[in-house]
Design a protein around this ligand. Sequence first.
Ligand code: GLP
Length: 242
Amino acid sequence: MKFIIEKDYASMSRVAANILLGEMYRDRRVNLAITAGSTPVKMYEYLVEDVKGKDYLTNVHYYNFDEIPVIGENGYGVTMGNLDKLYFSPAAISAEQIHVLDENNYLQQDERIKDDGGLDLILLGIGADGHYCGNLPGTTKFENMTSQVSVDATPGMRDILIEEVGGDASKCPDYYVTMGPASVMQSKRILLFATGAKKAAIIRQAFFGPVTNDVPSSLLQTHPNITILLDEAAAAEIQDLL
Ligand code: GLP
């Protein structure tokens, strides 16, 4: 595991963008799975400026790794809608470069990525409960590939999904789809990033505690090429271990 600790959210975001750019500038097709959520907002601001208008970066192909099938204004589900707003639209990424995972094609996701040459990098955020993608404690297991997860998978799931769809309980879907732990581990490289004190405890547990399904992200410790990028606040509880 390689740890990079940056002073604050802005410099962490700059480094995250730099790492993605390093992959993008390869002289061949590059496959990236990228995250939505609040952590990447600043990184996408940087990337939009770095990528927009560069025709030579059409070698980069993008994949979303989870989706909540509630269609928003832009015609996408929650995750893709977010990625579209933060990055694809402002950076003018062409449709041929965007490979949508949704409730209709999730059973083909792993095979499709394999046929495309595999993921070069997957960019992950982490929840305070240790989840990444849609792999929450008590939902998927380490051996799962891309699958559908029911709203009844765990007791708190309905509330989480209601929040994800903007707080309206009538819009809560019956399920979501996500790349599973085994799918994520097939990526050649993992970049996981976190910001703020509310992530400090889980960073210690996930990367210095036991590998257990109770903390889904603990599996990522065993990946041969993982970079964990943090700001100082998120790294506060591991400084003595590095
Ligand atoms: C959602 C996403 C996850 C993401 C997590 C953390 O659950 N599906 O992929 O890692 O949020 O989000 P944030 O960056 O807002 O803390």
